[in-house]
Each structure stands twice: as structure tokens, then as C-alpha cells.
Write a protein that binds this ligand. Structure first.
Ligand SMILES: *Cc1c(COP(=O)(O)O)cnc(C)c1O
Length: 413
């Protein structure tokens, strides 16, 4: 870093409040990059962590197994889309995507489709920062040019037209079918973030496109991978975004909110069929085994987090949060610097015409007592589900105020 932006030292955090070292309190609009869904310092999660620490914080997961992993596996199979019965536990979202990609390649190899090593995906996606995921991130917004020559080259198709409720465009579908006709025979899988593209642009599209993708994948012998690392555990109003389309992908990646934001843990789920084909391969097993696979401490907290979520009227909460975000962000739509205001589930987005000046707008937010971290032309909220309406109103009004001030935006795009 040659020109580091300021960083604010944090002393503690509770519920939806982050307390800085100098005593200032910030209302949290980010859930720490979308993972702290229950807020901070959550009694149930603290207890689960403490109880597990007394037993063991870690043992290797080769030749040994333990209750927290077994319990977490059961819960994930129970709550995820019907048919995803196999669970691989990994140590971060990016690694769960690596695992999903390796599953798809091994699956095709086992079916003697060795040439199928490419991936198809939408432009505008984000799947993580390690090599495999980076190679399927948006080629312009991602790091492709920086790592050109190092990254494997995959096939990108224009993302679906915008709007969760926008009608399907037949011309788009026709092009998508042609894209499959051209490239599917080289590909192991299609990977995408269902319904909401997160870090790639906080972008929403009609879930019906996913049903078309699913049938195209079936027709062409590709697996369908949903990366629900951002959308999983209720954020979009369904427990999983796949639920908006009522379908089951072949492989599903989960992370971020899995432990309620306490520890790094991720999961890659797949169908029996995918697992059985890989099991019949020469290797007989999925070739991946991280040191901290199924870390007991993280698994115990993840179980407690899922139990807490399921007990919490999460669906009603998200419906209300959505209503409040829409109501209190609405005034931004009138502002000349604002291009679009959109809300889906617990996600509220203001897209501006010009990029934000992060250091300046961040200092304003902190001075106003909120924690919001914009990027590019996007100022957004993904708060913990426990925020009160008053807190949502405060977050939104500060965001709207910032969008009225030209000094927080760069000159030209
Ligand atoms: C955050 C994110 C990842 C990467 O997860 P890490 O835990 O940061 O490695 C992958 N895909 C999506 C959709 C994400 O939002």
C-alpha cells in the first residue's frame, strides 16, 4: 500500500454497534462484510464457543470425526435446497469455490470427459480472491489484467438484465442458448451467484433466468454451481437465493454468515449424484483436504448460529428490514448524483453516477456515527438482521445526506 486510507481502531462491538477505541459508537450497516447476521457479541454464540473450547478447539479431520462437524453437516443438509446431501467443510469462501470447481472437474473426468476443464459464468460476478475463484470473477472489475498469463481463461457471458421483477428478455435467452451451444462442450460447469451479484456490483436479476440456466446445464452435461456465500442464510428474503427459483443446483457454496461472523468457515454442498460419480473415479475421493477442515470450534458456533437464525423469525425480520430500507432510501432517488436505488431482502443499494471518494465519505460516515463502507459507485447496506428500525433510518438518512454532497464523489468516471 503506497497510499493507505485511514483505518479506525475498534475496541468492541455488541448487537449492531461498533465501539471505536476513542469511545465513539457506530451503527453497523455492513455486518462485517455481510457475515455478522446476528450482530456482535451474541450470547448464544459466545456460549457455544466457550463450551466447545472446554472440549477441544481443533483436531485433524483425517481419520477422526466429531460431533460439531456431524451436527453442522446435518443442519446444512436439512436447510439447504432439497437434494444437496453431501457436505465438504472448508476454511473460507474462496476455498469453498476452489473445492466446487475441483468437484466439477473431477466429476467430468470420472465421466471420461477430460476435455471439460473450462467454466462458464456471467460477467459482473465475484467468487473470491484465490486463483480459481479469481479466474471466474468479472474480467474487467476483477483482477484479470493484473494476473494475465497466470489465471486460467474461462468463458464469460453478459449478466442477466437488471431487476428482480423485470420480465425475462427472450433476446437475452436466445444469446445465452447460443453461448451454450458454442462453449458448453469445453466446460465442466456454469458458476454464478444466484439472483444477487454481490461484490461485483450489488446487482439483482430475475430468478427465472436460473431455471433456464439449470435446463441448459442439464441439456449440455454441465454442472450448475451456485455461489451463495453472500446470499445464503436469509439475506435475500429466502433462506437461500436458489429458493427464489425453487431449484437445486448440483453444487452450492456457503460461507460468510455460516458462523454468524465469528470464525472463518465455509461449506461446499453437492448432490448424491455428483458425489457418487466422483467416488467411482480413479481417485475415488475428492482431492482436497485442508489442515483446518471442519474446525470443531467454528462448526460448533455455526450450529449455534443456524439454530439461532431458525428460531429468530428471520423471514419476518428480513421482510421488515426490506420495507424500512426501501422507505428510508427512497429520498435518494431524487438526487442528481444518484443513478439507481434498489432494495432486495436485507440489501439496500444506492448506485451513484460517479465513484465515491472513500476516505472522505468514510470520515463523514464515522462523524455521523455509522459504519458504511462503499466501493466504486456503490454505497450499500447489508446490516445485521438485529438492527432496529431507528438504526436503519439513521443509516439510510446518513447515506442519503452523503449522496447530496458533491465533494464525496470523484470528478468523472
Ligand atoms: C465473499 C465472497 C466470496 C469469498 O469468500 P472469502 O471468505 O472472502 O474467501 C466468494 N463468493 C462470494 C459471492 C462472496 O461474496
Amino acid at each position: 500500500m503506497s497510499e493507505p486510507l485511514p483505518a479506525y481502531p475498534v475496541a468492541s462491538a455488541t448487537a449492531a454497534t461498533i465501539t471505536l477505541a476513542d469511545g465513539q459508537e457506530l451503527t453497523d450497516g455492513m455486518a462485517s462484510w455481510w457475515c455478522a447476521i446476528h450482530g456482535y457479541n451474541v450470547a448464544e454464540l459466545n456460549e457455544a464457543a466457550a463450551a466447545q473450547l472446554e472440549k477441544m478447539s481443533h483436531v485433524m479431520f483425517g481419520g477422526l470425526t466429531h460431533e460439531p462437524a456431524v451436527e453442522l453437516g446435518k443442519r446444512l443438509v436439512d436447510i439447504s435446497p432439497q437434494g444437496l446431501n453431501r457436505v465438504f467443510l472448508a476454511d473460507s469462501g474462496s476455498v469453498s469455490v476452489e473445492v466446487a470447481m475441483k468437484m466439477a472437474v473431477q466429476y467430468q473426468q470420472a465421466r471420461a470427459k477430460r476435455g471439460r476443464t473450462k467454466f462458464l459464468t456471467f460477467r459482473g460476478g465475484y467468487h473470491g480472491d484465490t486463483t480459481g475463484p479469481m479466474s471466474v470473477c468479472d474480467p474487467e472489475g476483477g483482477m484479470h489484467s493484473l494476473f494475465n498469463g497466470f489465471l486460467p481463461v474461462h468463458r464469460f457471458f453478459r449478466k442477466p438484465p437488471p431487476g428482480f421483477t423485470a420480465p425475462m428478455e427472450e433476446a437475452y435467452l436466445e444469446e445465452l442458448r447460443m453461448f451454450f451451444a458454442d462453449y458448453a462442450h469445453t466446460a465442466a460447469a456454469f458458476i454464478c451467484e444466484p439472483v444477487v451479484q454481490g461484490a461485483g456490483g450489488m446487482y439483482f436479476y430475475n430468478p427465472d433466468y436460473l431455471s433456464v440456466l439449470k435446463s441448459l446445464c442439464e441439456e449440455h452435461g454441465l454442472l450448475l454451481i451456485f455461489d451463495e456465500i453472500a446470499t445464503g442464510f436469509g439475506r435475500t428474503g429466502k433462506l437461500f437465493a436458489a429458493g427464489h427459483a425453487g431449484l437445486t443446483p448440483d453444487i452450492l457454496c456457503l460461507g460468510k454468515a455460516l458462523t454468524g461472523g465469528y470464525l472463518t468457515l465455509a461449506a461446499t454442498l453437492c448432490t448424491d449424484q455428483v458425489a457418487e460419480v466422483i467416488g467411482r473415479s480413479q481417485a475415488k475421493v475428492l482431492m482436497h483436504g485442508p489442515t483446518f477442515m471442519a474446525n470443531p470450534l467454528a462448526c460448533a458456533i455455526a450450529c449455534a448460529s443456524i439454530d439461532l437464525l431458525l428460531r429468530s423469525n428471520w423471514a419476518e425480520r428480513i421482510t421488515l428490514l426490506s420495507k424500512h430500507l426501501a422507505l428510508h432510501l427512497r429520498p435518494a432517488a431524487q438526487l442528481p448524483l444518484v443513478k439507481d436505488v434498489r432494495v432486495l431482502g436485507g440489501i439496500g443499494v444506492i448506485e451513484t453516477h460517479r465513484p465515491v471518494r472513500v476516505a472522505e465519505i468514510q470520515a463523514f460516515f464515522v462523524a455521523q456515527g455509522v459504519w458504511i463502507r462503499p466501493f466504486g459507485r456503490l454505497i450499500y447496506l447489508m446490516p445485521p438482521y438485529v438492527v432496529t428500525e431507528a438504526e436503519v433510518e439513521k443509516l439510510c438518512s446518513v447515506m442519503v445526506a452523503a449522496c447530496g454532497r458533491v465533494e464525496f464523489f470523484a470528478g468523472e468516471k
